[in-house]
Design a protein around this ligand. Structure first.
Ligand code: ATP
Ligand code: MG
Length: 573
């Protein structure tokens, strides 16, 4: 491809409304253009990256035995009424009417359509299992479309659906998709973690999110630097090997702490560390009061607490409620003599013999509180969020907290849709049963953005070779030197014969702006052909990712190039 005849309009300035680096760089590098909020056009370079991501996804889905189909974007409301989602889906679902006044929506996902498709056709266990997928444009009227391709309103998704006759089959389908996703993100060359996600009513580990690690991610996850362990903060188990405190605690003592409320204030006032104090938090769980204790330097994780209690509703108690339960103003709550039947302490508190906590009395704290002796504790539990330095449940290494971008999601659906939509089949014994479903999504356009979020520098994109729109760029610096121009063209042609996807920057631009654009567009391999190098018989080669420059001889160029390319590719592994 010759840049002089291509459409890749680069920009010097970041678009004003862009708030993340992928949005800025993809726009500036002439790869995408915004049509309106959350809706983008892919220009030729951007589309090449998108298609490459889609190709890898497609190949791995096919390899795992899933069958590609293509379902419509427009979906009739009646299907959504059958599952009850027409009422509950909310404003993300873009609804409209046709000329006959019938209701439709633009598909944000395709459970209804795919279930409708197969319920008419699958009658017997002999026709199962079946796993179908599509790569198709979704529409979700997101409240806050932002971050460019990361959270668009219109975006490209791979969505797949499995149908099985029994639990074993459904679990095997889930495992096969989980494994395929691992291969996909590995082949894409992205650093990622599969994390256990909240699977709501289904329970068990039947929902995993695939997260690309990048500082700009919306989610925080605990990741092990040594093994493949990763978990959402809501899910990450805190490994606690602390022994139960033993020995005799001193007598409980009241201390006056006038106006001293926060942990930091108490610690400073009493001249102790925050880890010698515990916080007492009051929650309302399904209408009942529950107290949770956690070390002063930690926080209760409400999702963990809710799951632990098996509650369907959990909220922090309002200040009036706290005052009613403690008889003291907020800030002085403690578990000793508290009017609450259920009190759980975070497991870490087991190691402390004497604690400082609120006294349920204005301007007062207690010292030397012993949890066994002084508190009617219901029990200990893992209630806090995992923190930097906690041990990995997989291998014991210290965990680090990383930000992640959700690029994929695998989910065991069970019979939610097959029951409500009557997708039934006859099993081996002639009994009619609902099919057991799973659904598997990948944000294909989000992958393109996530790759840039993870791989860029101050000059532009660093495309992983797997999805780089082109692998190499030949920067023609010949100027008026016709012989050098011919050499640049010759090298470009040679690379094509070597099956290297190559761009020739033959534009009539100054060297500085050609270098800038090459860096901005981020092709992994840069080759600079100019009179100066040629006079010494060399072409300059730059690894875009590391910036390392080398010289390739014009004589025997092909072999030298291939060896160099292999080292650059290896660097990406
Ligand atoms: P999120 O929590 O980010 O909104 P989701 O849970 O709604 O995601 P799913 O319904 O599981 O996402 O969709 C499957 C995949 O589609 C996601 O893992 C994500 O990669 C992608 N995706 C979801 N919403 C968007 C969006 N607005 N723009 C781009 N990609 C998206
Ligand atoms: Mg969403």
């Amino acid at each position: 491809m010759k840049l002089s005849a291509y459409y890749a309009p680069t920009l010097k300035e970041d678009p004003a409304e862009a708030d993340v680096v992928s949005h800025k760089l993809l726009t500036r590098a002439g790869m995408i253009r915004k049509l309106t909020s959350g809706i983008y056009t892919f220009l030729p370079l951007g589309l090449r990256a998108l298609n490459k991501a889609a190709k890898i996804v497609r190949e791995e889905m096919d390899r795992a035995g899933a069958l590609e189909i293509l379902m419509p974007a427009v979906q009739p409301a009646d299907l959504w009424r059958e599952t009850g989602r027409w009422e509950v889906y909310g404003k993300e679902l873009l609804r409209f009417k046709d000329r006959h006044d019938r209701d439709y929506c633009l598909g944000p996902t395709h459970e209804e359509v795919v279930t409708d498709l197969l319920r008419g056709e699958i009658k017997s266990y002999r026709q199962l299992p079946l796993n179908v997928y599509q790569i198709q444009t979704k529409f979700r009227d997101e409240i806050r479309p932002r971050f460019g391709l990361m959270r668009g309103r219109e975006f490209v998704m791979k969505d797949g659906y499995s149908f099985d006759k029994d639990e074993d089959g459904a679990n095997a389908a889930y495992q096969a998709m989980y494994a395929a996703y691992g291969r996909i993100f590995t082949r894409l060359g992205l650093e990622f973690r599969a994390v256990e996600a909240d699977s709501g009513a289904i329970g068990g580990s039947f929902s995993h999110e695939f997260m690309v690690l990048a500082e700009t991610g919306e989610d925080t996850i605990a990741a092990c630097p040594k093994c493949s362990y990763g978990a959402n903060l809501e899910k990450a188990q805190v490994m606690c090997a602390l022994p139960m405190a033993s020995g005799d605690a001193g007598k409980v003592e009241e201390v006056a702490t006038p106006g001293v409320k926060t942990i930091a204030e108490v610690a400073a006032f009493l001249n102790v560390g925050p880890e010698e104090i515990f916080k007492t938090l009051l929650f309302i769980a399904d209408g009942k009061r529950v107290a949770a204790l956690v070390r002063g330097d930690r926080d209760i994780n409400e999702v963990k607490l809710k799951n632990f209690l098996g509650a369907s509703e959990l909220a922090l108690a309002a200040p009036e409620e706290v005052e009613a339960a403690t008889g003291a103003p907020a800030g002085f709550a403690g578990p000793v003599g508290l009017g609450v039947d259920t009190i759980y302490a975070d497991q870490e508190l087991c190691a402390g013999l004497e604690w400082i906590c609120g006294a349920n009395k204005a301007d007062t704290h207690l010292r030397r509180v012993n949890l066994k002796r002084d508190v009617g504790l219901t029990g200990f539990a893992d209630l806090r969020s995992v923190a930097e330095g906690d041990r990995c449940p997989g291998c014991g290494e210290q965990l680090t907290l990383r930000r992640g971008i959700e690029v994929g999601h695998v989910f065991k659906l069970g019979t939610k849709y097959s029951e409500s939509m009557k997708a039934l089949f006859l099993d081996e014994t002639g009994v009619e049963r609902p099919m057991i479903m799973g659904c598997y999504g990948i944000g294909v356009s989000r992958i393109v953005a996530a790759a840039v979020e993870q791989n860029h520098d101050e000059n532009g994109i660093l495309w992983p070779p797997s999805i780089a729109p082109f692998e190499a760029v030949v920067v023609d610096l010949s100027g008026k030197d016709e012989a050098a121009k011919a050499k640049a063209a010759e090298i470009y042609e040679m690379l094509k014969t070597l099956d290297v996807e190559t761009v020739l920057d033959d534009r009539d631009e100054r060297p500085g702006s050609k270098f800038k654009d090459a860096d901005l567009m981020g092709f992994p391999l840069q080759l600079v052909v100019g009179g100066k190098g040629l006079s010494r018989g060399v072409v300059e080669a730059k690894d875009r990712r590391t910036g390392v420059k080398s010289e390739l001889p014009v004589e025997g160029f092909a072999a030298a190039f291939e060896a160099w390319r292999d080292t650059v590719r290896k660097g990406w592994e």
